[in-house]
Write a protein that binds this ligand. Structure first.
Ligand code: KIV
Ligand code: NA
Length: 264
């Protein structure tokens, strides 16, 4: 089986073939998602919330992500595995090198960091040292206490322009993939056409190059909370495998997310 690489994902953007992504935290689910043909698996720091029951992602450590990355790597043959750099693990470029090294050694093929222009030197330094980087803009959950809650970002005209500028700056610094979370559909569409690297959305409308969901939301098992932009693919019953397949088929067809799962 041919492994998904960053060049394969880049080609998907060029050919208008949607990229499908899910979070995964263990070998068993990673294997199931991989068998259904998912392109990208993210070992997200959302694990602090969905696995550990915390209110935010701030308590997650590099050791936590490394442990789950090793598990996901063991379960994965084809998909491209990305590991989240947790809160404060990339506070300085120097910190980021040591911490990214642990995640790459655990089996990640790329690391993801949250934030804009202030990260440009860190991105360039990581890439120069052989660590591919995914950016993350919009609602960046590690900054939830700065935002004052999990809120849609980029609604005002100046904030929207700022986000586009930061995305371009990160691309110039060397990111090879961008996650865009909880921004209006129109802004996500503009970012997607402004960048030549693939943009993967969550709560960012259907016109990005791909979609990602937190697996627990996609299965409808997050204790008592379902974000507007997510969809419970188990709502009509069936097997977990069928749910994953329906999600992948919907993303390929451009049927997910609908307007009901997007922000104006
Ligand atoms: O941690 C996570 O699950 C994420 C996705 C929501 C993109 O960062
Ligand atoms: Na994350």
């Amino acid at each position: 089986m041919k492994k998904v690489t960053i060049s394969a994902l880049q080609k998907q953007k060029q050919n208008n073939q949607k990229i499908t992504a899910l979070t995964a935290y263990d070998a068993s689910f990673a294997m199931m998602f991989d068998e259904q043909g998912i392109d990208v698996l993210l070992v997200g720091d959302s694990l602090g919330m969905v696995l550990n029951g915390q209110d935010d992602t701030l308590q997650v450590t590099v050791a936590d992500i490394a442990y789950h990355t090793r598990a996901v790597r063991r379960g994965t043959e084809r998909a491209f595995v990305i590991a989240d750099m947790p809160f404060m693990s990339y506070a300085s470029a120097q910190d980021s090198y040591q911490n990214a090294a642990q995640l790459m050694a655990a089996g990640a093929s790329m690391v993801k960091i949250e934030g804009g222009r202030w990260l440009c030197d860190t991105v360039t330094g990581l890439v120069q040292r052989g660590v591919p980087v995914c950016g993350h803009l919009g609602l960046t959950p590690q900054s939830v206490h700065v935002f004052g809650g999990f809120k849609v970002q980029g609604r005002e005209k100046d904030k929207a322009q700022q986000l586009i500028d930061e995305a371009l700056a990160l691309e110039a610094a060397g990111i090879q993939l961008l996650v865009l979370e909880c921004v209006p559909t129109e802004l996500a569409t503009r970012v997607t056409s402004a960048l030549s690297i693939p943009v993967i959305g969550i709560g960012a409308g259907r016109f990005t190059d791909g979609q990602i969901l937190v697996m627990h939301d996609m299965f409808g098992i997050s204790a008592n909370y379902m974000p507007k932009f997510s969809k419970n693919y188990m709502a009509d019953g069936g097997t977990l495998r069928d749910a994953v397949k329906r999600y992948i088929d919907d993303v390929h067809a451009g049927d997910f997310p609908s307007d009901a799962h997007s922000f104006e």
